[in-house]
Structures are given as C-alpha cells and as structure tokens.
Ligand binder design. Structure first.
Ligand SMILES: [Zn+2]
Length: 277
C-alpha cells in the first residue's frame, strides 16, 4: 500500500501502536514535555516512512514544506501528552543525582581538573603519572553501556580517573574485566555508584567529611532544628513551602527544647564572633 493513499484514521492508529503506554518526563515541566512529544512524533514519522518505503524529505520539498504527516500532527501530540505522567520518585532521584554530580565536580575542580581513584594521581591522568602509588580501595562502578550484549545494557568496571574534559563535561576513565580502558560521561553511572564515589571522596579528604548545616538555632547554634512546612499528601508528602521561619512559633530546637529563631549557619558564626568583640 502507498502511504499517500492511507486514511488519516489508519495513519493515526499505526502511530499510536508505536507509542509507549506511558511516559515519565524528567524534568516534568512544560518545555521538556513539549520537546519529548515532538521528538517522539519525528521518530514515528521516520518509522512509518521506512515501513512504506516513503521518502518524507522528498515529499516535503515537493509540497512547499508541508509533510504528509501534518494531518495527524496535532492529534499525535495530544495523544502523547495524555500519556505523560509525573513520577515523583524518579524526579526526586534525579535531584539527588544532580547534587551528587555537583559534589564530585567540586572535588575534581579542587584537584586541578583530574582525580585518580586507583593510582594517587592528582591534576593529571593516571597514564601520565609516573609513580605506581595506589589506593587499596579502588571503587567499582556500574553504568549503562548501551550495548545490547550485556544483561539489561548494564556493565561494571573499576574507576581509575574522574576528570573535566575540554568541553567542561565531567568524564571518568574505567578499566573493565578485560583490562581495556575507556572513558564515559560521569552522569551515566548508576545512582548507587555515584553515592559510593562521594563516600570514597570523603574517606580520602577530596570532599569535607561532613556537610555544614544550612540552618541552626539562633540561641544555641544546634543544627537539630525543625520548622513547620506545607507538604503535598498526594505526592509522597513532597515539600511545598515553609510556613515561615521568621515566626519563632513555627520553629523548634531539640537542644533548647523550645520554640526558637533560626539563623543561617554561615551568619551564625560571624554573629557570635561580633558579639564577643
Ligand atoms: Zn537551641
């Protein structure tokens, strides 16, 4: 059958058969949802064109920029959008991933752009490092290799270097079980591997061993403080907004055991020293 003779209904049906039952966009925001829908639409046009041996580009050239698929465009986008779902767990894990990548990037920048996790090279790649001084706890990582030959596309390897590439992308050098080395973007590692690496960086003092608290009690400086907040009960009690930390009645210090004011940790230290003057 010729694609030019196909009915609008049949074209729409064949396209919907290619769709995933549900989509979980990250981030879940209008621009990204729109972009994802357009990407999928373009992919479907290619698949259907190939199925019918139809040259879409040639058709568009011959028809003043109009595509044969234009008649279903709005319906396809609408159908795709109706299958988009907000997965709050996925969005939370992506936020954690973003924070972990930022921490590792901090450590690498501080180390002069390259940080060895097998050899003790700092600032240069292990291949250019002359000493054989090694760590005893070389981290292993799991990542998506994209190769179909491995189960689920996952692969594991030893981590040798983390470095910033010339285009400022955070990369890592891995050494697999066949002792062959290759480089992949750091953000393709699984979340659990990223956590291990952040812990490793703390063990070896490439990152501070604790994070400073953001908020502390104005009276005693304790970080064991709480403040009242609105949460969304339909989205895993996800945070919506604070009631307001300016109102002491909304805050509680577990050390003072009373309602108290909250201060930013950074300000608290300087206020205390100026009080002492
Ligand atoms: Zn207190």
């Amino acid at each position: 059958m010729n694609l030019e003779n196909i009915s609008k209904q049949q074209l729409f049906r064949e396209i919907t058969e290619l769709m995933q039952p549900l989509y979980f966009p990250v981030p879940y925001e209008e621009n990204n949802i729109q972009e994802l829908a357009q990407q999928e639409y373009k992919l479907f046009c290619k698949v259907i064109s190939a199925r019918y041996g139809f040259d879409n580009d040639k058709y568009i050239l011959a028809h003043n920029g109009h595509s044969l698929f234009d008649i279903v465009h709005d319906d396809v986008i609408c159908e795709l959008r109706s299958r988009m779902r907000r997965d709050s767990y996925l969005l939370q894990s992506e936020t954690i991933r973003w924070h972990l990548v930022a921490l590792v990037r901090q450590a690498v920048v501080r180390a002069g752009g390259c940080l060895g996790t097998c050899y003790k090279n700092v600032g240069i790649h292990h291949m250019e490092y002359s000493s054989a001084d090694m760590y005893e706890d070389v981290p292993a990582v799991v990542f998506q290799s994209g190769m179909v030959c491995t189960a689920g596309g996952y692969e594991s390897a030893m981590l040798y270097d983390i470095y910033l590439a010339s285009d400022d992308i955070l990369m890592c050098t891995l050494d697999d079980k066949y002792s062959s080395e290759y480089d992949i973007p750091f953000d393709t590692l699984l979340l659990e591997s990223m956590l291990d690496i952040v812990h490793w960086l703390r063990f070896h003092s490439f990152l501070p061993d604790t994070d400073e608290p953001e908020w502390v009690c104005e009276e005693c400086g304790s970080s064991e403080v709480e403040t009242l907040a609105w949460v969304n009960p339909n989205e895993d009690n996800s945070f919506v907004d604070f009631l307001g930390t300016d109102d002491r009645g909304n805050n509680w210090c577990h050390h003072c055991e009373e309602h108290t004011g909250l201060a930013l940790f950074a300000d608290y230290g300087s206020n205390q020293s100026s009080l002492g003057d």
